[in-house]
Design a binder for this molecule. Structure first.
Ligand code: NAG
Ligand code: NAG
Ligand code: NAG
Ligand code: NAG
Ligand code: NAG
Ligand code: NAG
Ligand code: NAG
Ligand code: NAG
Length: 899
């Protein structure tokens, strides 16, 4: 009994699934004449699933559009076979084979599980809504429990009356729809609900209304049928019957006994379209029943309807049921009404007919006394093409409609479930890689390795197309099944960024520089249904589902390193006022976090000093300052790349994930992310100060400061920068260490010779503290010029009045020349080479180089000046001596050496 019930449920699920997932078929010109053996089992795939939880039994299976198989497992209720224990266990087997186990820690009310009155629908990315019946104060109602793939309960919502029907909107990201039961006149209320809010799972009503039936005199409502639309929304078909008013049957041959109307609701307007008449007949049928409505790529909707007719032949009458396909456009315009060959419909048993995405029909025939199933593939004219069967050991069936694969599940043995996948014969194999027969090819191709710098992708369709309103999006895969994949860019067909080539078949999509910014990463392109429409009929075309058009980025060539950079971004007016009203450091942090996720890049790479200011040109908007720190290794994105990516993301905000984040959506995309000039201004001020008064009173201390600054630049360069350019490391070391050793030796030399020959120096040195002396010694080792400070008589302090001999002064002078040529100039050259081989984007390195150059020029001029002064001094002394003619030649030599 339960099995029969399951079978019946399964049939409903099939119909439900075929109507959601849409089995499509293509027009007959693409039918391939090829014939295959009827029982081709060579491509069959077996798959075994082992359930880890003891005692769980297979209850139902569902397939998702993306190729995921959902297995609902439950504990049977031993007392009552129509019930189950009040828990929820779901297994998701992805196309990749990855299994997600959902074991909910939640106990459902008895109303939901005895008898089983529970189902679920997938919501957007990793949400599922379990729909079940629950009594509240004695009133039964339909409730939705929103959970995620992490087995977490997000929220519970009240959905409505127990008899309301809940369906997805055809596009998971567009929310779901609740349709109330229709009244006697066929009027049905509908409510369009949003996807759950990420944090609290709140669902809001986006729109609601009623499907109303045209009020036609003498027609009565018979039944209705609803189906999902591929571009999001639902269609509502209803059947009206001529009211014969009691027994006075009219014999007017022009009376239309039956009429079928359809109406649609779509996102945006949330208004049902005016019902359009799609079929009417003068035949007095017994009944018309809708079996399924699916979308056929570029052609329109195809509904399979059965007409029950009693044919009276003289005094004999016979009742027969015939199947027809009713085709209409998404506008509701009628296309055709054709009978499906009798051979199919006359196969007595319980059977199901659906149209296939690659053309033709699939007939599934179920037996009454066994769970076995036979299937046939028929072409569009009803000719048998291929077929197969599943034996009685199979208990449940499903289908992956996009790639045309049937799935049979064997009766469970212990904790093992065995699946058999049977690919069904395709009348047409075009676009098989994309699960879309209307796509001829794409650039890049599926699984192609691309360069991160590509600036467009193209799709070639098999028919002439026009751009429409839905999106094409690119995602980066992340390994975590519980997290959404990273949106790189999303562009609507009508955004003007996309174009159709002159052949009317090829669509060009621009790629932002921030999109493929990670090496060795995996991406996929998703094309929503209705991204393009067929030129011929204006019908939306199917897109490409996720994880189908996969592409990977090549490893990057070793990239140029770049230094850190600070930039300003502007908030829009809403964002500015929010910024001013909230905790600003938190606001900064939220923006940094959002950028680090969206770029994506380690959070440490983006920092802020928390500085902000009002934009002088737009006083109501604030500018926020952020710094992008330089990469610590060649594996990381360079700061210039990050800076450029942020700039692109901001400029293209409406097409990137920035607009989905609470904080980054407040950034003003009309203002570019700009480098701040404050660093440059600081440097200018520094130079002005540095060059203001070189011959002033504090000249010596100034010179020491200059030496220290020089050392700081050199050390910073050595410690932080030069490692980015391996070929400069050794030269840099040589020109850093050797001159300092020379300086140190010269300092020791001066010190020792002064102590031993100059009694005044000896007295001076014993009077000043040792610590101070050590500091001076170190300074002198850095640049011997620093000794000058000790002799400068600065501030009249004793410490700065070392009595140095002329010999020592001379060593200092020549030592500092050595410094210029052995250290300053080589270092400058190294730095020029360095800045030449890394990427920079501001004037900072230029100023570093100018600064280095100026230091050299400054030293050269000063030293030369000193030399000249000394030379004049010496010449004067010699002249004086010649005048006096009193000194011996030996004294002259001694004077010369002392100058
Ligand atoms: C169709 O999709 C299912 C589910 O992703 C997969 O297991 C199966 O191998 C696919 N069949 C073909 C013929 O590609
Ligand atoms: C299940 O949830 C209850 C409360 O909701 C909690 O006390 C219990 O620890 C949970 N059990 C597990 C296994 O998580
Ligand atoms: C679910 O419960 C409602 C109200 O109790 C009932 O009308 C409906 O038939 C039940 N459905 C199933 C499948 O038991
Ligand atoms: C909509 O479709 C579902 C499933 O096919 C059905 O159960 C429900 O009664 C329909 N609702 C209306 C108002 O037609
Ligand atoms: C066709 O209609 C007749 C009369 O309403 C009914 O007795 C018969 O069961 C119907 N046949 C099918 C297959 O629905
Ligand atoms: C009507 O049916 C009866 C019995 O089936 C038969 O005898 C008679 O000839 C039939 N009448 C006609 C006009 O066919
Ligand atoms: C039951 O199924 C078997 C095949 O599995 C078949 O031979 C038999 O005729 C069926 N019986 C009925 C009553 O359909
Ligand atoms: C493309 O479409 C346009 C407008 O529909 C038409 O004028 C043009 O001839 C078509 N081009 C080709 C190559 O078919």
């Amino acid at each position: 009994m339960l099995k029969m019930l399951n079978l019946a449920k399964m049939l409903i699920i099939f119909m439900y699934l075929t109507s959601i997932c849409c089995c499509y078929f293509v027009s007959s010109q693409s039918v391939s004449p090829q014939n295959t053996p009827s029982q081709d089992t060579s491509q069959d795939i077996w798959y075994t699933y082992e359930e880890p939880i003891e005692g769980l039994k297979l209850y139902k299976t569902y397939t998702l559009k993306d190729g995921t198989l959902m297995i609902w497992m439950a504990f049977e209720d031993e007392e009552d076979p129509s019930c189950m224990l009040p828990y929820f266990h779901l297994r998701l087997i992805e196309k990749t084979g990855q299994i997600t186990y959902i074991d909910l820690n939640y106990t459902f009310p008895p109303e939901a599980v005895c008898p089983i009155n529970m189902t679920f629908i997938p919501l957007n990315y990793n949400y599922i809504m379990i729909i079940y019946v629950k009594s509240n104060n004695g009133v039964k109602g339909k409730y939705g429990l929103i959970i995620n793939y992490n087995s977490e309960v997000i929220s519970e919502i009240y959905l409505g009356n127990v008899n309301d029907y809940i369906t997805d909107s055809g596009r998971l990201e567009k929310g779901f729809i609740r349709i109330e039961e229709h009244d006697k006149k066929g009027i049905a209320a509908w409510h369009w609900l949003s996807i759950p809010d990420i944090t609290i799972g709140k669902v809001v009503e986006l729109g609601s209304g009623k499907f109303s039936v045209p009020n036609l005199l003498s027609y009565t409502f018979v039944n209705s049928f609803n189906f999902s639309l591929i571009d999001g929304g639902i269609g509502y078909a209803y059947i009206l019957k001529y009211d014969e008013m009691g027994s006075s049957a009219t014999n007017d041959p022009n009376i239309q006994y039956w009429k079928i109307y359809v109406s649609f609701i779509r996102e945006g307007t949330y208004l049902p379209t005016t019902p359009s008449l799609v079929y009417q007949t003068t035949t007095k049928l017994n009944s018309i029943v809708f079996n399924s409505c699916t979308y056929n790529n570029g052609v329109g909707y195809i509904c399979i309807v059965s007409l029950n007719n009693t044919i009276t032949n003289r005094n004999q009458s016979r009742t027969e049921v015939n199947y027809y396909r009713l085709e209409f456009l998404t506008t509701g315009a009628f296309i055709q009404f054709d009978m499906i060959p009798k051979e199919i419909s006359n196969t007595s048993d319980n059977f199901q007919l659906s149209s296939l995405i690659y053309g033709g029909f699939l007939v599934r025939k179920y037996h009454t006394n066994t769970t076995a199933m036979d299937f046939y593939i028929l072409d569009n004219n009803g000719n048998y093409k291929s077929g197969g069967s599943f034996g009685p050991e199979f208990v449940l069936y499903n289908m992956f409609p996009r790639n045309g694969t049937l799935l049979g599940i064997k009766r469970q043995t212990g904790n093992k479930l065995e699946f058999l996948l049977k690919p069904i014969f395709r009348l047409n194999n075009q676009g098989a890689e994309y699960d879309n027969p209307v796509i001829e090819s794409t650039k890049p191709a599926v699984h192609e390795f691309i360069d991160s710098s590509i600036n467009e992708i193209t799709i070639k369709y098999g028919i002439p197309v026009r751009l429409s309103t839905a999106n094409i999006s690119i995602f980066q895969r992340n390994g975590d099944p519980y997290k959404p994949n990273l949106l790189r860019q999303t562009i609507s067909g009508n955004s003007k960024l996309c174009t159709v080539g002159s052949d009317n078949h090829t669509v060009h999509i621009p790629i932002f520089s921030s999109t493929f910014n990670q090496p060795n990463s995996s991406y996929y392109v998703v094309i929503d249904n209705n991204f393009v429409i067929s030129q011929e009929r204006n019908e939306p075309l199917l897109g490409i589902i996720q994880k189908t058009w996969m592409i990977s980025t090549k490893p990057f060539k070793t990239r140029q390193h770049s230094v850190s950079v600070t930039g300003l971004l502007r908030l829009n007016e809403e964002g500015s006022s929010k910024f001013l009203q909230t905790n600003q450091s938190e606001f900064f942090n939220n923006i940094i976090q959002a950028f680090s996720k969206i770029i994506p890049v380690n959070e440490q790479r983006i920092t802020t000093n928390g500085k902000w200011k009002n934009d002088p040109t737009f006083p109501k908007r604030v500018l926020l300052s952020f710094t992008i720190n330089e990469a610590k290794s060649a594996m990381e994105l360079s700061s210039k790349t990050i800076f450029d990516n942020m700039g692109t993301l901001i400029k293209r905000k409406g097409f990137t994930a920035l607009s989905n984040n609470e904080y980054t959506s407040l950034i003003d995309e009309s203002a570019a992310f700009t480098i701040t000039l404050s660093m440059v201004i600081l440097l200018i001020l520094y130079f002005l100060a540095r060059w203001k008064n070189p011959e002033g009173r504090n000249f010596a201390i100034f010179e020491t400061a200059l030496i220290m600054q020089d050392l700081a630049v050199d050390l910073t360069f050595t410690l932080l920068r030069v490692n980015n350019t391996p070929h400069l490391v050794i030269p840099n070391m040589v020109f850093l260490i050797v001159p300092h050793i020379v300086n140190f030796l010269l300092t020791i030399n001066i010190y020792l010779s002064e102590v031993s020959t100059n009694p005044m120096f000896f007295t001076w040195i014993s009077e000043i503290p040792t610590l101070l002396l050590s500091i001076c010694a170190i300074f002198s080792a850095i640049d011997i010029l620093a000794i000058n400070t000790l002799t400068s008589n600065l501030f009249g302090l004793k410490v700065f009045s070392a009595p140095l001999s002329q010999r020592s002064r001379k060593i200092i002078l020549w030592g500092s020349f050595i410094n210029i040529f052995a250290e300053d100039i080589p270092q400058l050259i190294i730095q020029i080479l360095y800045y030449n081989s890394v990427e920079t984007y501001d004037l900072f390195p230029l100023f570093v180089l100018i600064s280095g150059g100026l230091v050299i020029v400054h030293k050269l001029i000063l030293r030369s000046y000193h030399v000249i002064v000394r030379w004049y001094h010496k010449r004067d002394k010699i002249r004086e001596f010649i005048r006096n003619r009193r000194l011996s030649a030996g004294s002259i030599r001694s004077i010369r050496t002392n100058v």
